[in-house]
Design a protein around this ligand. Structure first.
Ligand code: CTP
Length: 399
């Protein structure tokens, strides 16, 4: 039976933690609870005690069942789940501050940590909060990002706790207990991500501005939906999402070989990588010295088009490509769809600040042979979710 330590913070969404707890229990999890003092002002300790049949830890001192509750709760957990996470708690996690039972449990945690923030839209958008979230993501902490909607404070915007279903299904997927029902459950999804580096000599290379964030977000979301995910990643410094099988590559040709060898038993390939179209024809085997190896040009040769090759070989499998364009977005994306022979192109205008390489948001259009769906600017996790909804529909539609 998987064990979950549920950390409840003081916010109006604290009552939803009770429903999350019930959802986890129904799926067979054993749950223990620690609450901040502020959380106890929103939901009584007695509620969680009654639901878990265990003592609820609100202080490091005076616990009947243990003298070191934070270590016991951390060691107990296969997953530590923070619902709701306040801006203050996220900041404390980012800094490693441990000044109460809940935050000390987080500092002692050594299993997967999943955080579901909920706060006022301006608190969420505050650069300090966004920086803290990025810091935690870079350390491998998982997030169920807040939804947009009417907030308890009267504002409308992002900051609303994600739905109980989303939090529970994400937690179960991280525990390896994927919920049934997604068309991606049990499917093998191949994702390419990041840039490639094409060697000029052993220390110099040709690269591009891709960070890999989009591909990694897709891999994370596919795993969350219960897919077996192979992530073929070019050089990028992102943590491997939980449950994802990562294959690191450097050059376009290495990415080609890794992608093709995983494709044979894949159900779908999503090519989000920014693959170099050209590579130096004769990379030097030593560091070039400008004093006696003057270089005024580099002869390039074309690399393989991975997306086109996968599409040509796909049969009943589904293949999705990306088109990052700076002009004539739709015309270029539609031409690319036809040229590459894939099932769908995700088009984005990288000349826009909210959609460019390295951004945490994207404004994409899903381009099919017979229609286009334009989305608003969304966080990358939401773009990944929207994309995988479409991929699920493609899989369900069959050939
Ligand atoms: N792609 C690929 N292999 C390549 C080049 C691109 O698999 N050698 C894939 C990318 O992963 C992406 C799609 O093709 O899904 C489009 O990439 P892009 O660079 O926009 O297309 P190109 O064919 O290179 O066209 P151009 O650079 O002329 O826009």
């Amino acid at each position: 039976m998987p064990n979950v330590t549920l950390v409840v913070n003081g916010g109006i969404a604290a009552y939803k933690a009770c429903e999350v707890l019930r959802g986890l229990q129904k799926a067979g999890c054993d749950v223990r609870v620690t609450m901040t003092e502020d959380a106890t002002r929103f939901v009584g300790e007695a509620t969680f005690r009654a639901l878990t049949h265990h003592e609820v830890v609100t202080s490091l001192y005076g616990n009947a069942s243990t003298d070191i509750p934070h270590i016991e709760l951390a060691d107990f957990a296969d997953l530590v789940l923070v619902v709701p996470a306040t801006g203050n708690f996220v900041a404390k996690m980012a800094l490693g501050i441990a000044d109460d039972a809940a935050s000390t449990t987080l500092l002692a945690a050594h299993s997967t940590v999943l955080v579901a923030p909920a706060m006022n839209v301006n608190m969420w958008r505050n650069p300090a909060t966004q920086q803290n979230v990025r810091t935690l993501l870079s350390r491998g902490v998982e997030f169920v990002m807040p939804d947009s909607g009417e907030l308890a404070c009267g504002y409308v915007g992002e900051g609303k706790l994600a739905s109980v279903e989303d939090i529970v299904s994400r937690a179960l997927a991280l525990l390896g207990l994927a919920t049934e029902g997604s068309p991606l459950t049990g499917k093998h999804v191949l994702v390419t991500a990041g840039p490639t580096h094409e060697a000029i000599d052993p220390v110099r290379y040709i690269a591009n501005a891709s960070t890999g964030k989009m591909g990694f977000a897709i891999a994370r979301e596919a795993a969350r939906r219960g897919a077996r995910v192979t992530l073929v990643a070019g050089p990028c410094e992102l943590p491997t999402p939980a449950g994802v099988d990562r294959v690191d590559v450097v050059s376009a040709w290495q990415m080609h070989d890794a992608a093709l060898s995983s494709f044979y038993d894949a159900d779908v390939a999503i090519c989000a990588a920014a693959v170099a179209d050209y590579t130096p024809a004769e990379p030097a085997d030593h560091k070039l010295k400008k004093a006696h190896e003057h270089l005024d040009s580099i002869r390039l040769v074309e690399t393989a088009d991975i997306l086109a090759e996968l599409s040509a070989a796909k049969g009943a499998r589904k293949v999705v490509g990306f088109a990052a364009e700076t002009h004539d977005l739709m015309a270029n994306a539609q031409a690319k769809l036809a040229r590459k022979g894939c099932d769908m192109i995700v088009a984005n205008d990288v000349s826009r600040a909210d959609s460019t390489f390295g951004s945490d948001t994207d404004r994409v259009a899903f381009v099919y042979a017979d229609h286009v769906e334009q989305l608003d600017t969304l966080p990358l996790a939401s773009v990944a979710s929207e994309l995988l909804d479409r991929v699920g529909a493609l899989l369900e539609a069959g050939t």
